[in-house]
Design a protein around this ligand. Sequence first.
Ligand SMILES: Nc1ncnc2c1ncn2[C@@H]1O[C@H](COP(=O)(O)OP(=O)(O)OP(=O)(O)O)[C@@H](O)[C@H]1O
Length: 232
Amino acid sequence: MFKISNATGGYGKTTIIRDVSLEVGAGEIVALLGRNGVGKSTLMRYVTAEIPNWEGRVELDNALLPDTTFGRARAGLGYVPQGRFVFPRMSVIENIAVAAATNGHKPKQAVEHAMEWFPMLKSKAAALAGGLSGGQQQVLALARALAMKPKVLLLDEPTEGVQPSIIDEMAGILLKIREESGIAILVAEQDLDFCLSIASRAYVMERGAVRLAVDREELRQNKELQQELLGV
Ligand SMILES: Nc1ncnc2c1ncn2[C@@H]1O[C@H](COP(=O)(O)OP(=O)(O)OP(=O)(O)O)[C@@H](O)[C@H]1O
């Protein structure tokens, strides 16, 4: 249902991603793996139309996505960039309400829903987002993306700099979201354990291209692959 075909793009005149094709089905969580600098974030920026499309297609439910970042968000593409994105001078509630309103959804309902998904945000509802811990901000960034009611969710290294207890909670929430809402989730990660706990399969990138596709069991068992590609 979410499909990238022959994606090629980069910065200036430098090609970073080359001929990348992958798919994520409804209700599926798929990991995007690879060492630092292989192009995972660049692929996400290509998909969200933040960098020019030199070649290739991005489709959702068999329809090409619009050309602009805003149009893609409206069409159902949710994105939590690396390093998270929240408005630090707004409260937790305001952050979620603004995200919902941006995509034409009712803010009050979105906030109520977010508080059900993310109990950890409940006690912080009135706090300024900038005062939350890194992990709480990451969870808020996820809540903001979900308030836009996406059909596909792109997560760029959601566990980076997040403490283990919050990583576990995040994994549980993502599994629950997948079950209840049936959205497709593509998650770029370096944390293999996190991926193994939530993703049913993975694409492994190397030098801007997808080098192989593996299912969870293959990834769990292939220690050589883990070492070679992830440096673990
Ligand atoms: N804004 C930019 N302008 C020019 N080159 C960039 C830019 N952003 C990233 N690059 C280059 O693109 C390549 C891929 O980087 P990218 O961030 O996509 O990799 P990544 O797999 O997401 O790695 P990481 O895990 O470190 O985020 C790197 O060589 C990087 O230096």
